[in-house]
Design a protein around this ligand. Sequence first.
Ligand SMILES: Cc1ncc(COP(=O)(O)O)c(C=O)c1O
Length: 406
Amino acid sequence: MIDFAPLYSRDVACMRYSPIRRMAKLAMQPGIIGFAAGTPSATTFPAEEIRRIAGEILEKDAQGALQYGLTLGFAGLIDALNSFNKTRRGIDCTAEEVCIVSGSQQALDLIGRLFLDPGDVVLIELPSYIGGISAFRNLQAELVGVRQASDGIDIEDLVARIEACRVRGRNPKLLYVIPNFQNPSGITMSVEKRRALLGVAARYQLLIVEDDPYGEVCFDESLMPSLRPIKSMDTEGRVLYLSTFSKILAAGLRVGWIVAPRPVIEKLDLVKQSTDLCGSMLDQRIVAECLRQGVVDRHLPKIREFYRRKCRVMLESLEKAVLPGVQWTRPEGGLFLWITLPARLDSEALLSESIESARVAYVPGHPFYVDDAGRNTLRVAFSKESEDNIRAGIDRLAQVFRRHLE
Ligand SMILES: Cc1ncc(COP(=O)(O)O)c(C=O)c1O
């Protein structure tokens, strides 16, 4: 047997298996109440409409839909998307400023490969999305964590971190943020902070990578003005905006998008060519038709209500659970909330007890940090389980915590 270890690239040596993927296996055991996987509920996918639309596309133009397409994406989707960007997200852009990707995870990888050399600094919220952390870490970037408050990133801490990097002769290149119902914390960044970020980015010549998969998964439509993407306020072209249809249509379609200045999109074309030549044409055409035929617009109120109810049940169950010294976030959208235990408790150590005795899975918070913190935190997703299971799961989880709080 060949010893492959010395043959792997240095990039691969930096790669880590996602604890979430590992957790997903455990959570799939029968009888486990799954608060671990933050995937959207498959029951929300408009399967019937997608089946009909896929049939129509294949009926009318199977040859085109099954062929290779342009690297930057299917023009019909980019058109439909631009009206979505404008009316729903307040982002006014041209077709040349968009790149369709196979999910926003690909966007994170492409942007990383476009801008980062080993040792380049990326500023990251604490905690942050593991997929973003891995994409940048895999490229041997240096990840510098920035504290978050209940209204989003701590601007003073951000400036202090940037200054500290500069003292060491390093100018951070990218700032990665998830302003709406952040994965993993459920926190939403205030409008003031969004504006302030643009100021800081301009002062220090940073690019902002704004990852917005959850903005439309907002439980109360009246909040929409406060969820305006930073990109919609960006007059300088400093923001690279990413979003996805994974949470608002169907995750398996693997369609996401980037909005960025034209020169960046032109370079992304180059980087993406060597990755996949193009995304799936069939998937892109299905999404374009879903937009055109109003499937997404009709679907959004349903998923908002679906997740709003589940989140409310989880919050009510936590309130009832009597957990002295335990705190949690109260998200107004998205799929998860974040629990902070007293500092002496380690959520990773408690996980096996939770799975074995309570039959409840969650994700320990530590891997969402880049500074080795967060051992007393955990993410619980309310997306997957029924309301009854959420009640039972929180009740059982609380019993585990209480044994250690006493
Ligand atoms: C913050 C964030 N970014 C990106 C993604 C990747 O989404 P997708 O590749 O399905 O578009 C996720 C998925 O959970 C996420 O939470």
